[in-house]
Design a protein around this ligand. Structure first.
Ligand SMILES: NC(=O)c1ccc[n+]([C@@H]2O[C@H](COP(=O)([O-])OP(=O)(O)OC[C@H]3O[C@@H](n4cnc5c(N)ncnc54)[C@H](OP(=O)(O)O)[C@@H]3O)[C@@H](O)[C@H]2O)c1
Length: 271
């Protein structure tokens, strides 16, 4: 019998991972989901043919891997309800902020891996930061790498505090990109393009620049300098940003995100 995977929480992030697993050939009937919201259960049934459970049941005992995809504020209650059924499993959490000390305490196991994914996982283009507790074996880490590969790239970190930085950078990062797209679309519209035209140009520019950066061995800074000839149009824009300290403000914003990640851990973590 193939190994069973259980998801606690069947929302967006769980769906992204489930979709990746099914595309990789994992059968939907080896996946269990605990999801209290009827609407989310209906979606899981419609999208993947998975009949989710409204509450944890003894069938979770068959899971060799449990993936935690609940909001940080509901993690503790969910963990206390599930712990009795999952002593045998490896646990993988995608919840922002909740530290592995708390998870290990709530679940009574040291086989815990934390992941910080991002929403491009929904289209197989995510990037995930990973941290394993000492109680997780190399085989456990390999299994997690394999699972996460279905949603995009991943990177392991040797200390857990780095996951707060990952949260501030790539976890929250898609929203920064959307924010820039929004601003570029607004400016284009103000300057006379239609909203659709401006949005198409903004979205395609991010896609194209990202593809170029990924295909190149040069750092983004070099790529930028290459298209910024002195006295030109790009130079005028970048100079305006530098004069207005956009870079420093952006760095401040990322510090705010990291601070919030730490606070979430303090607020909803601990034994
Ligand atoms: N989305 C992202 O970009 C992203 C990126 C990185 C990390 N994450 C992390 O991923 C986690 C899940 O995020 P999400 O966007 O997938 O949230 P979501 O769509 O709200 O999914 C969470 C689901 O868990 C359900 N749930 C609540 N209590 C539960 C319980 N006791 N047992 C089982 N399920 C329960 C929720 O149901 P109700 O609606 O009834 O509460 C909800 O459907 C979060 O911790 C977040 O920090 C998300």
């Amino acid at each position: 019998m193939s190994e069973r995977i259980a998801f606690i929480g069947g929302g967006n992030m769980a769906s992204a991972i489930i979709s990746g697993l099914i595309k990789q050939g994992i059968s939907a009937n080896t996946i269990d989901v605990v999801e209290p919201a009827a609407e989310a259960r209906d979606k899981l049934l419609a999208n993947f043919g998975i009949q989710a459970q409204a509450a944890p049941a003894a069938t979770l005992r068959n899971a060799s891997l449990v993936i935690w995809a609940v909001k940080p504020q509901t993690f503790k209650d969910a963990a206390l309800a599930v712990a009795a059924h999952t002593a045998q499993a490896l646990h993988l959490s995608v919840a922002a902020g909740i530290c592995s000390d708390s998870i290990a305490t709530w679940l009574g196991t040291e086989r815990v891996v934390r992941a910080m994914p991002n929403t491009p996982a929904l289209v197989g283009k995510g990037i995930t930061g990973l941290f394993a507790r000492a109680g997780a074996s190399q085989a456990d880490r390999d299994r997690v790498s394999q699972i996460i590969a279905t949603t995009g790239e991943s990177l392991w970190f040797d200390t857990e505090d780095k996951l707060d930085v990952v949260t501030a950078l790539s976890g929250s990062g898609p929203a920064y990109v959307f924010y820039f797209m929004e601003a570029m679309t607004m400016a284009g519209t103000e300057m006379g393009l239609s909203r659709e035209q401006a949005q198409q140009l903004a979205v395609a520019t991010f896609a194209g620049a990202s593809a170029l950066a990924q295909a190149s061995t040069d750092a983004p800074q070099v790529l930028r300098q290459r298209v910024t000839s002195k006295g030109g149009t790009t130079f005028a824009a970048i100079s305006s940003m530098e004069d207005n300290d956009v870079r420093a403000l952006f760095i401040d914003a990322m510090y705010a995100a990291r601070e919030r990640a730490k606070e979430l851990g303090d607020e909803f973590g601990a034994a």
